[in-house]
Design a protein around this ligand. Structure first.
Ligand code: CA
Length: 263
């Protein structure tokens, strides 16, 4: 009974991946498209100039409303640089709305803000941002962060689609989608990367430091507490599969899902 509905789900997902893979455009042109949502015109112009000279395509939006329209119009951006304080809609709200939509759910978002407290950082990640820059930041640093996000994206969208199945959990690393008991769960790009890292190293201890390095990237300005926040959130989303991620007190985590057959 379950395998049939799962099969239908997988067939449906195959069609969706073929028709609407957001990374197809990037693979074809190899010129990444960056959407900058920033109301400070001078800063936006500076970013546009510098990102273009780095060989990136740039689209500017000066308000949240413009940004949302640009972010959801084809061709979709490969990365979004999003200012937190915008005149009409808060960056966190834009982030939330983009994460709610199937098409834009996995587009990497780098959140920018003038405030740098840890709490802001957590709030930024909580609403689905993949990275975080504190103003004033160097353009060079932003370019590195953008490159890191694009690299993750290319790694996620290799030519072969291999489905991983562990107990009630199923992953499609190519489409970065996940299912629990046949029902798809909504994960941010970062959450999917975290889950995929766990699954690929099942049975092995993952320290917070190793997860920070491999999931967030060595340059990410986050602390090990961020790892805990994300694992907690991932567990909540995993529902029936949440026990697969074990906490090893004082050490880190381990994914303990049993690999099931291909049938
Ligand atoms: Ca602003």
């Amino acid at each position: 009974m379950r395998s049939r509905s799962l099969g239908e789900t997988l067939r449906a997902s195959h069609v969706a991946v073929t028709v609407a893979s957001p990374s197809a455009w990037y693979r074809q042109s190899m010129t990444a498209r960056v959407l900058v949502i920033e109301d400070e015109v001078d800063l936006a112009t500076t970013l546009e100039y510098n990102l273009r000279s780095e060989g990136l395509q740039v689209q500017l939006a000066y308000t949240g409303r413009q940004g949302l329209t640009a972010a959801t119009t084809d061709p979709l951006p490969d990365v979004i640089v999003l200012d937190l304080m915008l005149p009409d809609i808060a960056g966190t709200e834009i982030c939330r709305r983009l994460r709610e939509q199937e098409r834009t759910r996995d587009v990497p978002i780098i959140m920018c803000t003038a405030k740098g407290e840890e709490i802001d950082r957590v709030v930024g990640f909580e609403v689905g941002a993949d990275d975080y820059m504190v103003k004033p930041y160097s353009v060079r640093e932003l370019v590195l962060r953008i490159r890191a996000q694009l690299k993750h994206r290319v790694q996620r969208s290799g030519p072969e689609s291999v489905r991983l199945r562990y107990g009630v959990l199923e992953l499609d690393p190519d489409a970065h989608r996940a299912w629990v008991e046949g029902a798809e769960i909504a994960l941010t790009a970062l959450e999917f990367r975290l889950l995929h890292t766990f699954v690929s190293r099942r049975g092995r201890v993952q320290t917070r430091e190793a997860l920070l390095r491999d999931v967030w990237g060595i340059d990410a300005d986050v602390t090990t507490r961020t790892v805990d926040t994300h694992v907690k959130r991932l567990r909540e989303k995993l529902g029936a599969a949440n026990a697969y991620i074990e906490t090893l007190r004082g050490v880190g985590y381990r994914f303990a899902g049993d690999e099931s057959g291909d049938g």
